[in-house]
Design a protein around this ligand. Structure first.
Ligand code: ATP
Ligand code: AMP
Ligand code: MG
Length: 191
């Protein structure tokens, strides 16, 4: 399978925005990446099997069916591999009502075999501000300490995924008003 780069970060930190900017710049430089949003594939499967139509509601589906759909999504991503490297927009840990759930448990890692894992981070205040301003989504409101805890555990899980796969882990800070700096770092990570 082609090289897979996994990009992660808490909801609303700016993953999709940074990825979009980086892939456009890379394309202009003649570097082509395939792109997959894990949440898009999960949502297609959730619609078919669970009748869930809002992407911010999916994580509330109980762990049994959630895990099966996650497994199926990993197979779809691995099966769609073309000639170019692939970037996967996803999450280290999904905050479910039952607790934190791994975005890349063993069976997902075995399908994707990531070569590198990128974590996008911002301060809890910046994350909270972006969630509030982004009217297109229905992300949860959380206390700043909860955002901090989620980011801390994301680092821990990313390094655990790295230990299992030999992937590298890189942290990119996406600070308010500094989107172009984050995009530049992402371009460097992907080139
Ligand atoms: P999710 O995991 O829920 O899909 P995400 O990490 O993909 O979230 P985005 O949708 O890319 O997050 O960004 C969330 C919001 O933050 C958007 O409104 C985006 O425009 C804004 N945003 C992203 N980066 C920055 C930045 N550096 N400064 C200010 N706003 C930003
Ligand atoms: P996003 O658009 O990145 O916020 O993704 C939407 C939703 O997709 C998340 O809230 C999760 O419920 C789900 N999702 C994304 N990546 C994964 C993954 N690796 N494992 C399980 N669920 C995921
Ligand atoms: Mg996104």
């Amino acid at each position: 399978m082609n090289k897979v780069v996994v990009v992660t970060g808490v909801p609303g930190v700016g993953k999709s925005t940074v990825i979009d900017g980086a892939l456009k710049q890379l394309k202009a430089q003649g570097v082509e990446y395939g792109f997959m949003n894990y949440g898009d594939i999960m949502l297609d499967l959730m619609r078919e099997r669970e009748g869930v139509t809002n992407r911010d509601e999916m994580r509330k589906v109980s762990t049994g069916p959630y895990r099966e759909i996650q497994r199926e999504a990993a197979k779809r991503i691995a099966g769609a591999a073309g000639k170019n490297p692939i970037l996967v927009d996803t999450h280290c840990l999904v905050k479910k009502p039952e607790g934190y759930y791994p975005g890349l448990p063993r069976w997902v890692l075995e399908e994707l075999k990531p070569e590198s894992i990128v974590i996008i981070e911002a301060t809890p205040e910046e994350v909270a501000g972006r969630r509030t301003k982004d009217a297109a989504r229905r992300r949860d409101k959380e206390l700043l300490d909860e955002v901090m805890e989620h980011q801390l555990l994301n680092r821990a899980s990313a390094t655990a995924y790295a230990v299992l796969t030999g992937a590298t882990v890189r942290i990119i800070h996406n600070r308010d008003g500094k989107l172009s700096k984050a995009v530049k770092e992402m371009v460097e990570a992907l080139r």
